[in-house]
Design a protein around this ligand. Structure first.
Ligand SMILES: NC(=O)c1ccc[n+]([C@@H]2O[C@H](COP(=O)([O-])OP(=O)(O)OC[C@H]3O[C@@H](n4cnc5c(N)ncnc54)[C@H](OP(=O)(O)O)[C@@H]3O)[C@@H](O)[C@H]2O)c1
Length: 294
C-alpha cells in the first residue's frame, strides 16, 4: 500500500514508518522538517505544514491510507499559547481530511489520546476531541487510536519526568498521585500498522494502555532507581502547584502553565484496554521497568 504518515518524522512516526516499511509498504513521512528525522532508507519525505492546506495537498495524491500523527506536545506550553492546540490538532486535522478526500484516499488512521473530549479540561484534550469529530464527520473510512503516554527510544516521557521530578527530594503536585498507563512504542506501533492494513478495524475507537497503572511518583521512582538514585516525594498541595504554574504561565516563553497543572488533576488510564483487539494481551506488553533495565 501507499501510506502517507503526517507527523511521520516525530517519535511515534519514525517508529511507525520503520514498521510499515518493513511490512513492505511504500511510505512517505510528511512534516515541516522531515529530513532531519531518523527514518529508514526507502521512506520518502514530503515537506508540509498541516495548518497550511496548499503546502500539504500534493503529498496526498496516490496515497491509499493516511496516518495522522501530527502533534503539539501536551507536556509543554506551546509557543503561541494553548490555542495552538486547536490550530494544529483540530484545524490541522480538517486540512488533512480535506486533502485526503480530495485525493481519493481510502482511509485515515487518526492518532488521538486517552480522554480526548471536545469539552475536556485542557486545550490539548479538547483539540484532540474536536479532531476526532472532524474525522468521524468525514467521508473517509477511519480508525481512531487513543493511547496513554508512550515511552521508548527518542520519546520525551522519561526525559520530561526526570525534569519534573528530580531525584532525592522530589516535590510533586498532589504527591505525584496522578496515574498513567504507559505503553512502549514498540508495542503500540504494530497495532497502528495493523489498523492501516486490516479493514476489520475500520470505524473503531481503540483505547490503548500499557500493562500497568503507575502514579507519577511510581514513574519517577522507576526512572531514577534505574540510574541508582533514590526518590523521596515531597507532596506539593495542588492549590500551591496551581498558583505556581499560573504564575509561570504568565511568563512569556515559560515551558509549563495552567494547562499542565490541569492535566495532572486527571488520571490517564483506561478501564477498557483494547490491546487484545490487536491480538496482544496486557501481560505481553513491555513494562516501563523492563524498558529502563535494558
Ligand atoms: N508521545 C506520547 O506519549 C503520546 C501519547 C498520546 C497520544 N500521542 C499522540 O501521538 C501522535 C504522535 O505523537 P509523538 O509523540 O510522535 O509526537 P512528536 O514526536 O512531537 O511528533 C510530532 C510530529 O508532528 C510534526 N508536526 C508538528 N507540527 C506540524 C505541522 N504544523 N505540520 C506538519 N507536521 C507537524 C513534527 O514534525 P515537524 O516539527 O518537523 O513539523 C513531528 O513529525 C500525536 O497525535 C500525539 O498527540 C502521543
Amino acid at each position: 500500500m501507499e501510506v502517507l504518515v503526517t507527523g511521520g518524522s516525530g517519535f511515534v512516526g519514525s517508529h511507525l514508518c520503520r514498521e510499515l516499511n518493513e511490512r513492505g509498504h511504500s511510505v512517505t513521512a510528511l512534516s515541516r522538517s522531515p529530513d532531519v528525522a531518523d527514518l529508514p532508507e526507502g521512506v520518502d519525505t514530503a515537506v508540509g505544514d498541516v495548518t497550511a492546506y496548499d503546502s500539504i495537498e500534493g503529498a496526498f495524491e496516490g496515497q491509499d491510507v493516511v496516518v495522522n500523527l501530527v502533534a503539539l506536545s501536551p507536556l509543554f506550553r506551546p509557543s503561541g499559547g494553548d490555542e495552538m492546540h486547536d490550530v494544529v490538532h483540530r484545524q490541522g486535522t480538517e486540512n488533512v481530511v480535506e486533502a485526503a478526500e480530495a485525493a481519493g484516499v481510502e482511509k485515515l488512521v487518526q492518532m488521538s489520546a486517552l480522554g480526548a473530549d471536545p469539552e475536556g479540561p485542557t486545550a490539548y484534550i479538547r483539540a484532540k476531541g474536536r479532531a476526532e469529530e472532524v474525522v468521524r464527520a468525514s467521508d473517509l473510512r477511519y480508525v481512531i487510536v487513543r493511547p496513554s503516554v508512550v515511552f521508548g527510544d527518542s520519546g520525551e516521557f522519561v526525559a520530561f519526568t526526570k525534569k519534573l521530578a528530580p531525584p532525592y527530594v522530589t516535590p510533586l503536585p498532589g504527591g505525584g498521585k496522578t496515574r498513567f498507563q504507559p505503553i512502549w512504542v514498540g508495542d503500540l506501533v504494530p497495532m497502528l500498522a495493523d489498523a492501516v492494513e486490516d479493514d476489520a478495524y475500520d470505524g473503531g475507537v481503540y483505547e490503548i494502555g500499557g500493562p500497568e497503572e503507575l502514579s507519577l511518583a511510581d514513574v519517577a521512582r522507576a526512572i531514577h532507581e534505574a540510574e541508582g538514585r533514590s526518590v523521596n516525594v515531597l507532596p506539593v498541595p495542588m492549590p500551591v502547584a496551581k498558583i505556581g504554574l499560573s504564575i509561570l504561565g504568565a511568563v512569556p516563553g515559560a515551558p509549563m502553565g495552567p494547562d499542565q497543572y490541569r492535566s495532572l488533576r486527571f488520571d490517564n488510564t483506561t478501564e477498557h484496554n483494547d490491546c487484545e483487539a490487536f491480538g496482544v494481551s496486557e501481560s505481553e506488553l513491555k513494562t516501563l521497568d523492563e524498558y529502563l533495565q535494558e
